[in-house]
Design a binder for this molecule. Sequence first.
Ligand SMILES: NC(=O)CC[C@H](N)C(=O)O
Length: 382
Amino acid sequence: MTRIAKLALADGTVFTGTAFGAEGEVYGEVVFNTSMTGYQEILTDPSYCGQIVTMTYPLIGNYGINAEDSESRGIFLRGFVIRELSPVPSNYRSELTLDEYLKQNSIIGIEGIDTRALVRRIRVQGAMTGVLSTTDLDDDSLIAKAQSSPELVGQDLVQQVMPTENADWSEGLNTLARPTALFSAGCDGNDAERPHVVAIDYGMKLNIPRHLQESGCKVTIAPGTSTAEDILALNPDGIFLSNGPGDPRPLDYATKTIQDLLGKKPVFGICLGMQLLGLASGCDIFKLRFGHRGANQPVLNKATGRVEITTQNHGFAVSTDSLPDNVEVTHINLNDQTAEGIRLTDVPAFGVQYHPEAAAGPHDSHYLFKEFFDMMCTPATS
Ligand SMILES: NC(=O)CC[C@H](N)C(=O)O
């Protein structure tokens, strides 16, 4: 029996489609991702907490769901909007269908709507709050709910997704007799020699500690609310600032921790981590109209002149209007000239707005993990 679902936007637009996944009603910021593949990594990226995610690629679910490709312990986005659900996955790795996976995780899906019209509306008017429901199918009621639901701006969503305890990253340790080619000559690869990275987890994607480990590091994961004392007590050689959901500006606890750590150990941040590094260094943050979410965003590395094709998922950006004297822009988004990378000139600290760990997407930017490794292996100049 076909189940109806409706998506209502705060601007009064309503889309009627077919429900899949769970029953119920949710609200969230409606955004879109242009990736053709990687829907399992997108579903399990904690950075989407608080959002209803639309896929522009029309056929979703065609390779099912498997045990290896998840980027976290669950699904944190609020709802999933697609054009056409593939009911029969064709993939030897598939263990369950997308519909079964969303049901297991109590996530509402809607298919069969005009996703092109939805995306064009978001591109023109900007990301906006929406309500996705299988229980209330009255347009006026849903529009009123969308207009009265809280916006994502100003929300600290990190505390809804971050871990609450420290943990050693041990996945695959027994398979890494020696780190991969990314390993620098600096250390000889045995555990005592590996640089120890403490990754502050604001909603970290799992492929990030995998890449830190494969680049030769030992990794300890710490909650996003850790203080500088908590982090330094773990005796790190370097500090990693992870991706994460929501607006970076209310995360005062995180900004303070980073300010207290800058100059003490090398720092590398990705996405939210770069935004927090920027805030800690006195940069301003602004909200993009509809964000950058996809796996084909061109980024210019200003130092090398090379263009990297990157995976991105962010709705906020570091403003380049009034950069502090000790902050340099290292990477630029070629679609809109926004900052995709910064570094501090007075202490060993840098960050990128995009996702060099891919998962899913291109591998053009893996070099950044080696740069961080080498930064930790280079004796600090007094
Ligand atoms: N992937 C991320 O870390 C996203 C950072 C931040 N929540 C943003 O939307 O810009």
